[in-house]
Design a protein around this ligand. Structure first.
Ligand code: UDP
Ligand code: MG
Length: 140
């Protein structure tokens, strides 16, 4: 995958609260193009696989339970400097530390239930895109 793409998930608490449309609007307003998008729900096994890198962290079990607790919206986003620019748009992991105007500042409920995921590197953007989407599901 090109280095101008990133993978996001609108997380269960944000979808359940009806924030999906507002978050997608912020993403598009910030200049990202949606290359693929789906509403889906992760099983515990799939959520565990997605967050395998955090397996040894104390919050892993709760994270897996949370991320499999309800529907999410996964999307591949395209923009120059996508990974870094999207991390800036979502804000810090803990909404208490997230900058004004960021997705997490506006919509996150807590450090765990923090509204949206964003890939942390180009390599992980590709891995995470392939986790959610097949090549034929990407437009353009
Ligand atoms: N998380 C948590 N407690 C923590 C750190 C992280 O519940 O102390 C959750 C949170 O949902 C976060 C996810 O685990 O988004 C992945 O953590 P990471 O450090 O990768 O944060 P992110 O890249 O999402 O900002
Ligand atoms: Mg991360």
């Amino acid at each position: 995958m090109a280095t101008n793409r990133t993978l996001t998930m609108i997380k269960p608490e944000a979808v359940a609260a009806g924030h999906t449309g507002k978050i997608i609007d912020m993403i598009i307003e910030a200049g990202f193009k949606v290359k693929a998008m789906k509403l889906t729900q992760l099983s515990k096994e799939r959520a565990g696989e997605f967050y395998e890198v955090h397996k040894e962290r104390p919050f892993y079990g709760e994270l897996v339970d949370y991320m499999s607790s309800g529907p999410i919206v996964a999307a591949v986003l395209e923009k120059e400097n996508a990974v870094a620019d999207f991390r800036a748009l979502i804000g810090a992991t803990d909404p208490a530390e997230a900058a004004e105007g960021t997705i997490r500042k506006k919509f996150a409920k807590s450090k765990a239930e923090n509204a949206a995921h964003g890939s942390d590197s180009d390599d992980n953007a590709e891995i995470e895109s392939n986790f959610h989407f097949s090549a034929k599901e990407l437009v353009g």
